[in-house]
Write a protein that binds this ligand. Structure first.
Ligand code: URA
Ligand code: SF4
Length: 231
């Protein structure tokens, strides 16, 4: 929970814990939503404190009729600056992997579990270092993702990494154990989960990196097969 501004009292300086945020974006979601109306409304979201960290809300992008929706964790540095999801290094890798798996990026909607960039200053104060959003932040932002799923109605939703997977499939879900499987869900025909492309980029050496990328592509190929089998 954020710490409220410091109050000065006779006893000295004290910090009081308060709940200054709505803690759910639900009240910001327009009543008769369209994707454009929701996107516009999300620009003004202040439901959790992350709006104070990010430059702007990074809403999902892609065709309204998309069959496939990828859900990442949260925007990174470049996404925060440009206002567009998956345009940085992780997005480049995702583009390449989609191409390899034979999924047309133009038919794909990409979004994130959390719509503002959470970060902290690196030790030398230059770079903004990504910080994992916590459960409360994921929960606060959830109405935006639910609205996107309800309006796009993708056949398949793919969670990228543990944050998105646990948001969509439950806290007990383990990507390491159940990646690349079609999981039955009320959200879509199937929900898949795989690793986050950033995890592929963080592999410790070139050999591990190549293996991780191959495994990632293999998971996307399973999604492609699912789409074809039921087309
Ligand atoms: N990582 C994410 O999870 N989402 C983005 O949009 C970019 C990087
Ligand atoms: Fe709203 Fe989500 Fe941003 Fe929090 S992270 S302010 S809930 S858009």
């Amino acid at each position: 929970m954020p710490i409220a501004p410091v109050h000065h009292s006779q006893e000295g300086v004290v910090a009081t814990r308060v709940k200054p945020y709505a803690e759910s974006a639900a009240s910001y979601v327009p009543e008769r939503p369209t994707l454009e109306k929701v996107r516009t409304a999300a620009r003004g979201c202040k439901a959790c404190w992350l709006w104070t960290l990010g430059t702007q809300t990074v809403f999902g992008e892609g065709p309204r009729q998309a069959e496939v929706m990828f859900v990442g964790e949260q925007p990174g540095d470049q996404e925060d600056k440009t206002g567009r999801p998956f345009v940085g290094p992780a997005g480049k890798l995702l583009d390449r992997a989609l191409d390899e798996a034979g999924i047309d990026r133009e038919t794909v909607y990409v979004t994130n579990a959390v719509k503002h960039f959470k970060w902290e200053r690196g030790e030398r104060g230059t770079r903004r270092i990504h910080k994992k959003p916590n459960d409360a932040e994921v929960r606060a932002c959830r109405p935006w993702l639910d609205a996107e799923i309800a309006l796009v109605r993708p056949r398949v939703v793919i969670a990228l990494g543990a944050t998105a997977a646990q948001a969509l499939l439950g806290k007990q879900f383990r990507v390491t154990k159940d990646r690349g499987k079609a999981i039955p869900s009320a959200l879509a025909e199937a929900v898949f989960a795989t690793v986050h492309p950033s995890a592929v980029l963080r592999a410790p050496d070139p050999a591990a990196r190549a293996t991780a990328e191959r495994d990632f592509i293999a998971d996307l190929e399973k999604v492609a097969r699912h789409l074809q089998a039921r087309a």
